[in-house]
Design a protein around this ligand. Sequence first.
Ligand code: SAH
Length: 394
Amino acid sequence: MKKIILHKTKDKAAWQLHPWIFSGAISQKDRDLQSGDLVSVFNADREFIAYGIFNSVSRVAIRLLEWHPERVPDADWWRTRVKKAVEARRHLLNDQNNTCRLIFAEADFVPGLIADLYGDFISIQVHAAGVDQIKHLIVDELVQLLAPKGIYERSDIKSREYEQLADDNGVRYGDTPPEYVEVVENGIRYHINIVEGQKSGFYCDQRENRRLVAQFAANKSVLDCFSYSGGFTLNALQAGAAHVTSVDSSALAISTLKDNVQLNGFDTSRSTPVQSDVNKYLRQLGEEGQKFDVIVLDPPKYAPSRSTLEKASRAYKDLNRRGLMLLESGGLLATYSCSGAMDIETFKQVIAWAALDAGKEIQFIHQFHQPEDHPVRASFSEGEYLKGLLVRVV
Ligand code: SAH
């Protein structure tokens, strides 16, 4: 096996089981190393640290896999990783729920690869060079374990550019997913477009949070901002919301949401889908003096990196200020950030500022986080990204 030796002072994180080694930490490497090669990583004293996958183009030069010298990552090793990840999710799957994240990349020891289950279909996404070599093993093991009708790859995310990877979409096993795959989550039915939808087609990371927020929705007027295909909207309607206004800028999201309201047999007079920019729409509602009982703000990632955190904080603050303005005493705001760079304490501070600007006194009554099928590995805090606050206006 090819070898890499690290600089003397650059091995600490690797000993602490962090799965990334940056290119600057490498002191020596075998000359003919290629992206995707399995390598043994040693410290400056030639002590074995771990096995990893080398990547010649990424800032993350090695993704570490296994710290035990006797457990060489061969085909069986990969299959075991997939098996463990899938078995840990089995209890989430039943007649009320047939969608979840099966493999969450580094957090599940399968770096650079995500797999989501959507009923009879699985969608996979690769975001690191060097993972392609083992992709067929992952696909094959998923087939053995779950017998899906098809596995579709949706590798068309922007971060692939940093790895010099071109888009790579297509069927990897079995049938092409139909235009709409039907799934059920929290007992609610959804049409999911695996081939054309956003991300891999559905945001299953909000499963628990949708249910939690819906508990407060009975007989209430709800405003679901950044609704996508209706996750929060449908849970609120199911829980007996008097009325839900759902806002998203994407035409496909809004038309899917409309389909989903009908698919579940909800009375369409309780649902108002609006295709609009959320900031613009919130401003308009404010000018009209409209009020709601419960507001959900689930925007896309505003801070893709730490360097953009300050700018993003201002955007989160403005958005939340606009939302809070539409709530009266006793009103609830469920607000989220899926930016990994924004931690919960910073987010609380941002919301506190937004409330001050809105002239509202608030209480934090619950903290939301990502669900168990998006685990956070102790040595990899980078995997912790979704957080939220349930805020009550005093
Ligand atoms: N709450 C959703 C997921 C939201 S994902 C759920 O439970 O499934 C973020 C959504 O924000 C996407 O659907 C995207 O189309 C939408 N979006 C992004 N920028 C927007 C903007 N400025 N105004 C309105 N919607 C926007």
